[in-house]
Design a protein around this ligand. Structure first.
Ligand SMILES: NC(=O)c1ccc[n+]([C@@H]2O[C@H](COP(=O)([O-])OP(=O)(O)OC[C@H]3O[C@@H](n4cnc5c(N)ncnc54)[C@H](O)[C@@H]3O)[C@@H](O)[C@H]2O)c1
Length: 325
């Protein structure tokens, strides 16, 4: 079985491809990635058993060719525009990749008879959760508030439409905020690590009391693999980290791990429509597939800081792509 990972040169994709090579070394992996500012060819190119195809998930002729030429039997769809701030400034690329790209991939995978399809989504599709409300379950209504979240919710609806209309039963994984190696320094944790290491101010939106549930990318990838291998066709699964923490506390922990003073914290004007809290009930995937994320921020965050310290060249190249793109 050949596995296609779209967006496999991005943050979660890179970690997934590397772990999958270790767990299923005989399974060829094809990465289809447009190599936007968020993707890095060197993350996956040259790995044994991995073929990198540079191209757009919305290019139907290319996707058809990749599925056919590589005999793809399974897909993990991670390709997306992923940064909320960018979606506010310019939503078009989010609609093209996240909505039209997902529709193109679903059509092509169905036509090619791809047996297993995992679509990656986010807790942000549900909108904002009240401070004292119970975490969302998989059947909660979608109520996205940012253009990014709306594009992801639209993609989730397309997956549902292909299931109901065509009987093509892709699975959806909705997870909380990831952190770990290979994440673009535009996202909170690598951004703050990078700024701290350069002794630059760490921007914190508003009062910094927005609460997120942090999931180490290794735990996320374990869940994706488990759903890919054993998930119920057509099902939706939540994956949530064990640490529900305000952003300000995360930033303080990064400064402590990097040995930098809290005076580097700089509160900046809050993002418009910034959701105060997300949280997912992940009991279904624990019950049905035995997935329970375990990595805790207290250990994994200092380890993540150490990774970015040790990979200065990767970090600087990612910063250069950000400035260029
Ligand atoms: N990182 C998180 O915290 C998080 C949380 C929940 C859900 N997700 C979802 O997980 C998926 C992966 O997220 P990530 O953090 O790895 O994102 P990322 O931004 O690091 O990587 C996205 C990858 O997709 C590629 N890409 C973008 N447009 C493309 C296109 N048109 N065709 C082909 N490739 C394209 C980019 O080059 C990049 O390599 C996304 O669907 C995202 O919405 C991420």
């Amino acid at each position: 079985m050949t596995l296609l990972v779209t967006g496999g040169a991005g943050f979660i994709g890179t970690n997934l491809v590397r772990r999958r090579r270790a767990h299923a070394p005989d399974e060829p992996v094809v990465v289809l990635d447009a190599l936007t500012y968020a993707g890095c060819a060197d993350n996956v190119a040259g790995l044994p058993g991995v073929t990198l195809v540079v191209g757009d998930v919305g290019d139907r002729a290319l996707v058809d060719r990749v599925l056919r030429d590589h005999g793809v039997r399974a897909v993990v769809h991670l390709a997306a525009e992923t940064h909320v701030d960018r979606s506010i400034a310019g939503p078009d690329a989010f609609l093209r990749t996240n909505v039209l790209g997902t529709a193109t991939l679903l059509s092509a995978a169905r036509a090619a008879g791809v047996a297993r399809f995992v679509h990656m989504s986010t807790d942000e599709v549900y909108g904002e959760l009240a401070p004292d409300a119970a975490p969302w379950r998989e059947d909660a209504p979608l109520a996205p508030r940012s253009p990014y979240a709306a594009s992801k919710a639209a993609a989730d609806h397309l997956v549902g439409a292909w299931r109901e209309t065509h009987g093509y039963a892709a699975m959806i994984v909705r997870c909380t905020n990831n952190y770990g190696p290979y994440q673009s320094p535009e996202k909170l944790i690598p951004l703050c690590i990078s700024r701290a290491l350069h002794n630059e101010p760490l921007p914190v939106y508003g009062d910094g009391r927005q609460v997120r549930t942090w999931l180490h990318v290794d735990d996320c990838c374990d869940a994706l693999e488990r759903v890919l291998d054993a998930g119920d066709p057509g099902a939706v699964y939540h994956v949530a980290g064990p640490d529900e923490v305000p952003n300000l506390a995360v930033v303080r922990a990064i400064l402590a791990a990097a040995g930098r003073p809290e005076s580097l914290i700089a509160h900046v004007t809050d993002r418009p429509g910034h959701d105060r809290r997300y949280a997912l009930d992940a009991s279904k995937i624990a019950r049905e597939l035995g997935v329970t994320p375990r990595r805790r921020l207290v250990d994994a965050l200092p380890e993540t800081v150490a990774w970015y310290v040790a990979h200065a060249a990767w970090r600087e190249a990612a910063l250069a792509r950000l400035s260029a793109g």
